[in-house]
Design a protein around this ligand. Sequence first.
Ligand code: UDP
Length: 233
Amino acid sequence: MEMLYEGKAKKVYSTDTKNVLRIEYKNSATAFNGVKKDIIEGKGILNNLFSSFFFTMLAEKNIQSHFIKKISDTEQLVTAVTIIPLEVIVRNVAAGTLAKRIGKEEGFIMKKPIIELCYKNDELGDPILNDDHIEILELATPIELKVIKIKALQINDVLKEYFENHHIDLIDFKLEFGKTADGIILLADEISPDTCRLWDSTTKQKFDKDVFRRDIAPLRETYQALADKLGIS
Ligand code: UDP
């Protein structure tokens, strides 16, 4: 089947079924807008495993996503959506770029979850946008943005509780949403340690892509240890 799109972490193919796509999780790891990159054997399998697991868990809580089913170690079928070019970041604890922006140490606990919206645009370096920018750029209507924010906070509640039960702090994560042919807004892309920050609740050991970004530990072993900790296989 025809490959429609190749991103940094996934390839997207058409299928015989209308409005159904096949996604293949790749073994490539990238950071800093693609400046740092590596091929990591087994990464595609792990991220397909994580993403399929979290999308299934959310569906059980009535939060629908583009995910239909996992069809192989590295592939899943998804509903075709037009991706809204926004990185929707939910944060419970300051880390990464937020810690820098507000002048707080990584680990600063915020009194409520906050949402940041970044323009998914590599050329511009994914700049942060406010609601007005999003409206004038026509990336989403104010009503669509409201729906996206409500869904993002609901997803945070579900994921945060799940990780807490496994002794892991959900520090922050990035979501992407898309629009179906009928105009319905659906959670899309992936949920994996590539797109979340996850720290052991006691030791604060990192179980996410920061180990690769910051050369802290080998990525595959870290993701495998997370899968083991969560009991996902
Ligand atoms: N994130 C992501 N893709 C991006 C940018 C951020 O998945 O292109 C995730 C990142 O893994 C973290 C959260 O969004 O869980 C917040 O990232 P931040 O803005 O602190 O930027 P970073 O430090 O990752 O550059």
